[in-house]
Design a protein around this ligand. Sequence first.
Ligand code: ADP
Length: 738
Amino acid sequence: MSLANKLAEERRARLAAQRLLEQKQAELQAANRKLGKHAMRLSDEIVSTRAEVETVRDENRRVKSDLTVANQKVEIAERRLWHSIQTFQDGFAVFDADSLLIAANHAWLSVFDGLEAVRPGIRYVEILQILTDEGIVDIGETDPAQWRERMLDRWQGNDPSPEVIRLWNGAYIKLIDERGQDGDVVNLALNITDTIRYEKELKEARRRAEDSSRAKSSFLANMSHEIRTPMNGVVGMAELLMETGLTTEQRLYADTIRNSGEALLVIINDVLDYSKIEAGKLVLHQEPFDLERAVLELVMLMQANARSKGLDLLVDYDMFLPSRFTGDPGRIRQVLTNLMGNAMKFTSEGHVLVRVVGMPGDAGDPGKTARLHITVEDTGIGIASDKIQHIFGEFNQVEDAQNRKFEGTGLGLAISKKLVTLMGGDIWVESIEGRGSSFGIALSLPVEAPLDPELLRLPPGIGRALIVEPHDTSRAILEKQLGVLGLETVACASAAEALERLEGVDLVLSDHHMQAMDGMELAEALREGGHEMPVILLSASTGSAEQDPARRFVQAVMQKPVSRPDLFAALQSVAPGVSAKAAEPRTMRVLAAEDNRTNRLVFSKMVQALDIELEFAEDGAQAVALFRSFRPDIVFMDISMPGMDGKEATTRIRDIEDSGDGGHVPVVAMTAHAMDGDEAGILDAGLDHYLTKPLRKDAILSHIRDARPEGVRPPEAEVQSDGGRRNTGLSGEDIAAT
Ligand code: ADP
């Protein structure tokens, strides 16, 4: 090889070595850089880890100090807790799940009077043993072993019920045990000695109070009886006095005596009823009765008063509702009298309306029960909304200046509520102050007889009726009643309007007393105008209507408020071709047995206006004899008479009837006894009804009226054009005299 070649080769080798060197140096530099970065990261990590360690160390230190503080707090809390528990007057102890005592306060331990054995660690069963062995607990005659067993059973139960034990010193301790989730049991031993003593005292006081309340009730009952008897004389004689020739001044005095006497009787009855209900002594007497008639009779009784106040007294009895139900008519009447009396009392203008409706779902069959709503609505002073919830309470009268002028005991609504509740019903009120009130009662009563569907059938030839009635509410009621019967109605507020709207009218029902042209004048005008359709007159005073010379222009006169039977009868009577009169019927025969001469006089005066035959018996034996010979349609029977009393006489009369001699004649008891127990005894003896003295004319009349057999002349002289079918009619004069 040439030198030049060698040199070139050497140079190439050197260059290659140099390139390798440079490459290695570059690699080394890169590795160095990487190393540097890594070292940097490591040192960063070290710094942060160190900081973290420092934080954790701080936290540890803080936690440690917190723990110390917490421990101190726990100790303090525990000390306080125990301090509190120790100061309890009542015993407190805790047991663990194995029934070993953990701790107990002084009160708990004091029962054991320092006995060494009773300390933490003792078992519950050992405690029971000590209690009986040491005579700490007074278990009376109970066997100690049995007592311990029972107590242990109770303790081991899941949820032990509180137990009262008696200690040797007479103290009563109530044990309450509460088992926690981990099985620990907290035992509280409450000293209830004072409570027990107090309870005993209360019981004793209550017994004494009940005794005295019973004594008071019977005193009230006796007193009412004692007051009623002489009141018979006062009210009855005042009434008779008023029928004699008196000067105006004397009449005023006699009237005042009678009214005051009656007012006093109302109060006595309220007080008596209330005390009877309170004592749970009031019993309901269920019997069949005519609800519709009861409502109408009440309305008739209040009519005179309503008229003198210028109020309209209206009745709206559901057209499809039966009228005979089974219930306590006396008590239902009492409630309605109350509500209607209040409505009249608190209303000075407008109307009072009694509405009787059957609720949907009623079946009109006998044996079925009808749900009835009876409401008494008035347009009176109303009741403020904040007072309204109180008025059914005792002695609660709305206290304000407007109300203060009205008298009353404040017992009426309380009694009504109690009576309705006793009957299983509800009572409520809705009222707007200054506008009026509506009191309602809901009763479920068994239907005694369904409504005769014949009554609802319209006579042929009457399709369209014209109603003439100025009073909006009355007109609306009539329109509704005729509408449900299937009549087309044209309603007018005046006679003048009526004369304009006669087209197609088959029948006119007109109010009697109207301004401008009254009902009679309308009837006359119709006839003069050649209109022959029947006219039925609705009058508040049927007496004056009957006497009016224009009476001949009207076909029937109905007493207002119009009752359904009246309406049905009037509609039938005006039907063409119905006018045949029955043969002249006989008068009713009434027998009254009464030993007291004054009472006989009172009775005869009360019925003197009636078209009846009256016989008196002076004792029971005479009553029985007269029953055979006189054959009365009704008997009024005094109960306490010398010799044979009223109960026995009635039993004899029933015997006569049972031997097949004639039908059942109603016997009405007359007695001074006001208490219910008597009533039951009297009704048991076979008497049908019951009147309390002082007798009231309207009650006697209504019994006589009810007893009239078919085909016998009505006892009231005023016979209506429809052949006397109606029997709502006390005339205005009668009412004024009752
Ligand atoms: P009394 O009428 O004897 O005061 P009640 O118990 O019958 O007692 O009535 C209680 C009170 O309820 C009445 O004093 C009266 O304030 C109020 N009240 C009852 N009915 C009505 C009514 N129809 N309109 C306005 N207030 C009435």
